[in-house]
Design a protein around this ligand. Structure first.
Ligand code: PA5
Length: 447
């Protein structure tokens, strides 16, 4: 199989002095090896994989006996599944699809939840509740409502239609599973949501959809294997594409490039942009550092946000995703008017490559440092490699800018305030802050 390629030609790698970031390669290699050995980077070393594959094998017939999977989860517990769905199960959004169906409930939307509650045939639906912590309110609140409905419709056997993906020991879902005899798959220790796509979190829905989930894992493992090797050292790290991407990203941030476009010219992979956005933003937005990820889809966003990319503030860099081997598609007919005659003899699929090239050149001409991630194919194996590359690059970037890429402390405040607003016990500081906020005179204007 041909290799995937990172094309650095238009990246400004040297101009940004990115090489200087590699001075810390020795200490970062030692830290990475130490954390792998301590089980702190399971997304890379994947010590859980053999058992997970065994568990998935055992569950396959049961999972595939359902027509629908309703996945309750949010953030890292949903975005990977959606990226895989859109990339490798596009038929669900296409005419004449007659199952199976994956529904991802990753918001607090009563209209959507009502439609699931009233329209899904629950006896043919597997409700997969995915939450590492087992206590995320957006997910658990939906679970309470669905559980009620399942119990009403399916009686004592309701738990046959329920499966949890959660921590092996802790959390409300684990307690529920033990109490109510609900099947579970584990989210391994130290595997945060945004790094969990290649655990049961992403692989269970992938299996349901018939996606080649083993190839996803194999692709990522290829990228990870030099990093997880016990002899990782400065030289092998510097030569690894994920570390080079990290050096580039850290140098960009230092030079004021505080937005990073993820421009996908593989249309069906557009949702990897959302997956990457969460990975990058939640991992790196700390202490006033980081760069804002901007997911975009070619060619759609050429007619939307691209003007800003090209001629707005000069603070953007770009990861540009392409795949030259996408299908050629339908040939154009001969009866094409003269002003479109350049399409004659070509096929629809050629358009995306020409538009991608045009956009890439335009971004470069407008001083947007750009790395092209050129995939040899749009297969699961390639996607696994891409995910492995980006997850490792995120960790290294975090370490280079001296923040912790596996926590997300700032998002807690809003969660606690919402709980206080709903009357949760304790949380006195939050309740005081809420009172002060709500009693502030609002400066309001009708429109
Ligand atoms: O990446 C993360 O850690 C978060 O985005 C979580 O995935 C998200 O908050 C959901 O958490 P949980 O899986 O515990 O419900």
């Amino acid at each position: 199989m041909a290799a995937n390629i990172l094309d650095w030609t238009d990246s400004w790698f040297e101009k940004l002095d990115s090489e200087s970031k590699a001075d810390s390669a020795g200490s970062i290699a030692a830290k990475f090896s130490g954390e792998v050995a301590d089980g702190k980077l399971p997304f890379c070393s994947m010590p859980f994989m053999a058992e997970l594959m065994h568990d998935l094998d055992g569950l396959e017939d049961y999972v595939k006996s359902f027509d629908h999977m309703l996945l309750l989860g949010i953030g890292g517990s949903a975005l990977g599944a959606r990226a895989l769905q859109k990339a490798f199960f596009p038929q669900q959004d296409q005419p004449c699809h007659d199952g199976p169906w994956l529904w991802i409930a990753d918001n607090v939307c009563s209209k959507t939840l009502d439609s699931y509650l009233t329209k899904l045939p629950l006896e043919k639906t597997l409700v997969a509740v995915v939450s590492k912590s087992g206590g995320t309110i957006e997910t658990i609140s939906q679970y309470f409502l669905i559980r009620e409905k399942l119990q009403q419709e399916l009686g004592d056997n309701w738990n046959r239609n329920t499966l949890f993906v959660t921590d092996k020991e802790k959390g409300f879902l684990r307690e529920q599973a033990d109490e109510l005899s609900i099947r579970t798959l584990e989210v391994p220790d130290n595997l945060g949501g945004r790094y969990s796509i290649l655990s049961a979190v992403g692989l269970l829905p992938a299996m349901f959809m018939g996606i080649d989930y083993r190839a996803l894992v194999e692709g990522a493992a290829e990228v990870f294997s030099p990093l997880a090797a016990p002899d990782l050292n400065a030289d092998s790290l510097v030569n690894h594409p994920s570390f080079k991407l990290a050096c580039w990203s850290a140098a960009l941030m230092e030079k004021g490039f505080n937005e990073l476009i993820f421009f996908s010219y593989i249309p069906q992979w557009a949702c990897f942009g959302q997956w990457f956005a969460q990975l990058w933003a939640e991992s790196l937005g700390k202490d006033g550092k980081g760069s804002q990820p901007l997911p975009a889809t070619g060619a759609t966003d050429q007619h939307s946000v691209n003007q800003m990319f090209l001629d707005g503030p000069r603070n953007k860099a770009c990861l540009f995703l392409t795949c030259p081997s996408l299908p050629e598609g339908q040939p154009f007919p001969e009866n094409i008017p003269d002003n479109f005659s350049y399409l004659k003899g070509k096929s629809f699929g050629e358009l995306i490559h020409a538009e991608g090239l045009g956009t890439k050149m335009a971004l470069s001409a407008n001083n947007v440092p750009l790395v092209e991630m050129q995939m040899s194919s749009d297969s699961e194996e390639s996607a696994g490699r891409l995910m492995g590359l980006l997850m490792a690059a995120t960790i290294f970037t975090g370490w280079l800018i001296d923040i912790n890429p596996v926590d997300q402390p700032a998002v807690e405040m809003g969660k606690l305030l919402a709980k206080a607003r709903l009357g949760a016990s304790g949380l006195q500081d939050e309740k005081d802050n809420l009172n002060a906020f709500l009693n502030t005179r609002r400066e309001e204007q009708d429109f």
